[in-house]
Design a protein around this ligand. Structure first.
Ligand code: PLP
Length: 370
């Protein structure tokens, strides 16, 4: 017997999320030692988590038999002080991808539509289809968002627009001025989601003041996460910044106890660890230069990236990915993002980058000679 009652059409349409392969799974399949595997597939922080976060988890006095604070009071106070926003501008999520889904359910419904760019995060598409709404995917220009075309796509049924900045999986970054003008021009009934999962890796000079814009524009929702530079991907915690009239909607939709006591405590500690943030930023900048130069030496084009990853046009990405896996290196093929010739490679530690570069150099050479 199987469960064969039809599920709703819009549920059938939700695209699957293809995650970077876990280390244990690759070790099993290729008969490798987990300890030797280099994972550069999911844009995680290669330095691990902040030591202050580790200590906060170890010292946690709260009893896990009790539910977490559903309002995340302490974490929101810390964020409010750090970001200079009132605490009622904040919404906490089990990662910011949960908040993308929450925004979809909060602002979309059958008969409504949402605009996003080609080659942008698959969760945008999931958020729209899961709410029974219609996705409008606007062709990219040079792998980045075409803001004019996205504005033109804002027809009467559109209620949500997704901007990934820096964008995953391409790493592209929007100029401050163009983005500011775009936000001002989008009709006020449309919620703009500005996804800043990688903003802490971007050049500070080039970052738009999205929080300042959120104070000015009640139709702007800024999303950030502790999964990337803060190194807490496994704990699941992210946050939104928006006018309280928007947080009220998000809080109605979000699961009440969505952020665990461990995630709340670790995030609060990580937020204040400036040394860890600075060394993570530096490690990424140095690694980005090292990887970009290595790809250039091999004649492999890359898309300039402001994130902690690089999209590289390797050609036969499936074959090269397999060759890398056999050598215990996990990267992310992005054919499901409409980029079948590319691999997305997370910037690792210097040693991990070196291992990757040696392997890809060998693989490219052996492909030339055969
Ligand atoms: C990683 C990522 C997120 C956030 O992921 P969470 O782990 O759910 O916080 C959001 N947007 C993009 C584009 C990402 O790559």
């Amino acid at each position: 017997m199987i469960f064969d009652a039809p599920v709703p059409d819009h549920v059938q349409l939700i695209p699957p999320y293809v995650a970077g392969r876990p280390i244990a799974s690759v070790a099993r399949e290729f008969g490798l030692d987990e300890a030797t595997i280099v994972k550069l597939a999911s844009n995680e922080n290669p330095l691990g988590m902040s030591p202050l976060a580790r200590r906060a988890i170890a010292a946690l006095a709260e009893d896990p038999a009790r539910y977490p604070d559903p309002d995340g009071y302490a974490l929101k106070q810390a964020l409010a002080a750090r970001l200079d926003v009132p605490a009622d501008y904040l919404t906490l999520g089990a990662g910011s991808s949960e908040l993308l889904l929450v925004a979809g359910h909060g602002f979309l419904a059958p008969g409504r539509a949402a605009v996003m760019a080609e080659h942008s995060f698959i969760v945008y598409l999931q958020a729209v289809t899961a709410a029974g709404a219609r996705p409008v995917v606007v062709p990219a220009v040079d792998y980045g968002h075409d803001l004019d075309a996205m504005l033109a796509a804002c027809t009467d049924d559109v209620h949500l627009v997704f901007i990934g900045n820096p964008n995953n999986p391409t790493g592209t970054f929007l100029p401050k001025r163009a983005l500011t003008e775009f936000i001002a021009k989008v009709p006020k009934r449309i919620m703009i989601v500005h996804d800043e999962a990688y903003v802490e890796y971007a050049d500070p000079e080039q970052r738009v003041d999205a929080i300042g814009l959120a104070k000015q524009h009640p139709n702007l929702l800024v999303l950030r996460t502790f999964s990337k530079i803060y190194g807490l991907a496994g704990l699941r915690v992210g946050y939104g910044i928006s006018h309280p009239s928007v947080t009220a909607v998000l809080n109605r939709v979000r699961p009440t106890f969505n952020v665990s006591i461990y995630a709340q405590a670790a995030a609060q500690a990580a937020l204040g660890d400036d040394d860890f943030l600075a060394s993570s930023y530096r490690t990424n900048r140095e690694g980005m230069t090292m990887m970009t130069e290595a790809f250039a030496r091999l004649g492999i084009p890359t898309i300039p990236s402001q994130g902690n990853f690089l999209a590289a046009k390797v050609g036969d990405a499936a074959a090269i990915n397999l060759a890398l896996l056999k050598r215990g290196i996990i990267v992310r093929p992005i054919a499901d993002y409409g980029m079948p010739e590319y691999l997305r490679v997370t910037i690792g530690t210097a040693a991990e980058n070196r291992t990757f570069i040696d392997a890809i150099t060998e693989i490219m050479r052996s492909r030339q000679t055969t």
